[in-house]
Unconditional design. Structure first.
Length: 333
């Protein structure tokens, strides 16, 4: 997913590489390989530090992989599709990052998921910690607009800290005539978090790398929706607003209507949980809707995640007031 914003950013920021990397980039551009292990080894040899190796991986991808317009155009009709690949259901299969990377190296085209997984696979071969981050991106020219399109990028651990980068958007952009234009933009390599958040909003708030994750106007009006929201066929939910004012001692009622049969429905204050370990799995079916009641305590976190059949579907921001006195109330705003 390329933003037309890049057309304007390139003129101001992206025509030249950061100083100190020129020799690495020149040599990286001369490497030819469609084997992941060989490519990782050759590119790694160009750098002495993890930062230099990551730079070699980043620049090789931007110079050698084109954007997959077929999947891009298909996604405009069916939002939510990432890079196509079979689920990892057999122990003999290589990890997903390696499987996707192999396809990208063979075809030399990728969607955003392919770009980010190739970068992650190269980092893994070099022993560099790297994460593939799923989230949403702005696709219009106004950076104050809505986050509306699924996107994928990376977080890489360098010099004892996590950094953000987007190899897809650094590679080029989609023109007004719907053509891919290869053109390097350096702004998306190790972008400061306060700048990156302007057009990238991760599903998991920790990957903003900011002390406080901004809550945008549209999030105040609606809860954050994950890919599982569409998959579950949810057509109705309560509370309707994304930010909920509650107090410790309240019981928060969550309700949804979905087309998919419900097997479990629960809430948790962390994204990394499923029904086998969550202590809030009791739900009720009321006609065509499913409900649960979540007890708010002084220890409840600021984010509340709603799961439908073990998939995250909604995320709310909780503004928790001081502990209440007397009987608890049921909140459904």
């Amino acid at each position: 997913m390329k933003s037309l914003l890049l057309i304007f950013l390139i003129a101001a920021t992206g025509l030249f590489s950061q100083p100190g990397y020129h020799d690495i980039e020149r040599k990286a551009g001369n490497i030819r390989s469609d084997n992941l292990d060989s490519l990782a080894k050759q590119l790694s040899s160009l750098g002495k530090t993890d930062r230099e190796k990551a730079r070699a991986f980043f620049r090789w991808i931007t110079e050698n992989v084109d954007y997959n317009l077929v999947i891009y155009n298909r996604n405009k009709k069916s939002p939510g599709l990432f890079y196509e690949d079979a689920d990892d259901t057999a122990a003999t299969l290589p990890p997903l990052n390696e499987r996707v990377a192999a396809k990208v190296l063979r075809k030399r085209v990728a969607f955003c998921d392919g770009y980010s997984r190739l970068f992650a696979a190269l980092c893994e071969k070099a022993g560099i910690r790297c994460e593939v981050i799923h989230g949403y991106a702005r696709t219009n020219l106004n950076r104050s607009g809505r986050f509306s399109v699924n996107h994928t990028w990376n977080a890489v651990y360098l010099d004892s800290a996590w950094h953000l980068l987007d190899v897809t958007w650094a590679s080029g952009f989609i023109s007004y005539s719907n053509q891919y234009v290869p053109q390097y933009n350096d702004i998306y390599f190790l972008t400061p978090p306060e700048e990156f958040i302007q057009d990238h909003y991760p599903e998991d708030p920790q990957w903003t790398l900011l002390a406080e994750t901004p809550v945008y106007r549209e999030f105040n009006q609606n809860p954050f929706r994950y890919g599982g929201y569409i998959k579950s066929g949810i057509t109705y939910y309560q509370p309707a607003k994304g930010i909920i004012e509650v107090a410790a001692g309240d019981s928060l009622k969550i309700e949804v209507k979905a087309n998919r049969e419900v097997k479990n429905f629960f809430a948790a204050d962390t994204l990394y949980v499923d029904s086998s370990v969550s202590g809030n799995t009791q739900f009720y079916i009321r006609g065509d809707r499913v409900q649960l009641v979540y007890p708010v305590t002084a220890d409840t976190g600021r984010w509340l995640y709603i799961f439908y059949n073990d998939e995250a579907v909604l995320r709310y921001r909780l503004n928790i007031k001081n502990a209440k006195t007397g009987a608890a109330s049921v909140v459904n705003k």
